[in-house]
Design a protein around this ligand. Structure first.
Ligand SMILES: NC(=O)c1ccc[n+]([C@@H]2O[C@H](COP(=O)([O-])OP(=O)(O)OC[C@H]3O[C@@H](n4cnc5c(N)ncnc54)[C@H](OP(=O)(O)O)[C@@H]3O)[C@@H](O)[C@H]2O)c1
Length: 338
């Protein structure tokens, strides 16, 4: 299978070398309905065979269950896997639907110990602040994260859903290897403020939900009708009601480009992320999430698709036409603070 392996890239200036596509593990324990655990485990192994090395989790995915789930895989391949996890969204077991953002030092110290324990590793390769708590100066938060690097608990630092200004302030305290934010054919708000800062500082961009949470693959249209009652996507304005139908129509040009390449719409969405990043001069490692071997094969194969200038022009206007925000509460995103 050597020729189907994906290429490698440096994860930001001075960051670790990783496969050009990572794997989002969230859905294996959280947010996207029922999971077949055996197939999910096999998906982790298949991804690694295909050259995927950046594996993404967070302490809040399934209240720690996702970290526990991937731990045996990570430990079995510790030298090959670049392990990324996150702190900052506190969910109480007594009240799991409520989320509180915490960036204070005592919380970070408690969170990192919890992640190290659940993952059962000595060090986290990439430790992200998952969300920004605006009540705590970012310099203070990153100062604490830098202490974790000095103490050997963490190797590299990342930030998720920060604004360009927040990234610059953080990077002045300690080098930031990666910014993780939503970026896809459907979600391009970060191009205004975050992308210029990322490029200027040599930070890697790790786009999450590059498949538009699965919508860009055409695997569902209306979250209320097509997904299980506990699926997180039912809270997202763009996937429900009239918005869902209007947005599904936006996939027509994606399907047409896919057909021309003998590819799937999801592969075109992934190829777009890689190619748009190259045009903007950004190191990029998208982390599509899947729990299925055939899909990780399909997704990694997308790194070999090259879109023409005409195709990129056809895809260009899609994001501006999307109906509905990406979160019900946009203060949860960097765009809500730009
Ligand atoms: N930093 C943050 O705030 C944040 C937020 C959200 C996500 N994330 C991270 O980013 C990762 C990816 O984001 P995401 O999972 O939200 O969205 P995504 O990667 O855009 O889409 C995932 C969805 O697409 C489906 N899918 C994947 N490949 C497919 C294919 N080839 N054909 C058809 N369907 C396919 C998956 O279903 P199956 O699993 O059933 O294949 C899943 O429902 C997450 O796993 C998580 O690690 C981070």
């Amino acid at each position: 299978m050597t020729d189907s392996r994906i290429a490698n890239v440096e994860l930001g200036t001075g960051g670790p070398e990783v496969g050009v596509q990572g794997l989002g593990c969230m859905g294996m324990s959280f947010a996207y309905g029922p999971t077949d655990a055996d197939e999910a485990r096999a998906t982790l192994e298949r991804a690694l065979e295909l050259g995927v090395t950046l594996f993404d989790t967070a302490d809040m995915y399934g209240l720690g269950e996702n970290e526990k789930f991937i731990s045996p895989f990570v430990k079995a391949h510790r030298d090959e896997v670049v392990l990324a996890t996150k702190f900052g969204i506190f969910r109480d077991t007594a009240e799991p639907t409520k989320r509180t953002i915490r960036n204070d030092t005592p919380y970070i110290r408690q969170a990192v110990e919890g992640s190290l324990r659940r993952l059962d590793v000595e060090v986290i390769d990439l430790y992200y602040m998952h969300r920004r708590d605006v009540n705590i100066p970012i310099e203070e938060t990153v100062g604490t994260m830098a202490e974790l690097v000095r103490e050997g608990k963490v190797k590299h630092l990342g930030l998720s859903e920060v604004t360009g200004g927040e990234l610059r302030a953080a990077h002045a305290v300690h080098p930031i290897a990666a910014v993780q934010s939503e970026w896809s054919l459907f979600s391009r708000d970060i191009e205004a403020g975050v992308v210029p800062a990322v490029r200027e500082l040599g930070v890697a961009l790790v786009p999450y939900s590059p498949l538009g949470r699965g919508f860009l693959t055409g695997s569902f249209v209306n979250a209320d009708q097509d997904l299980t009652s506990d699926d997180f996507r039912r809270t997202m304005p763009r996937f429900t009601g009239d918005n869902a139908a209007a947005n599904a129509a936006l996939l027509e040009p994606v399907r047409a480009v896919a057909e021309a390449h003998g590819a799937s719409p999801g592969q075109i969405a992934l190829a777009w992320v890689q190619q748009q990043a190259a045009l903007l001069g950004l190191p990029v490692v998208p982390i599509p999430g899947t729990r299925k071997r055939t899909r990780v094969e399909e997704n990694t194969a997308a790194t070999r698709i090259v879109l023409t200038e005409d195709e990129l022009a056809v895809l260009e206007p899609i994001a501006s036409k999307v109906a509905g925000d990406r979160y019900a509460d946009m203060s949860f995103s960097s765009a809500g603070r730009e």
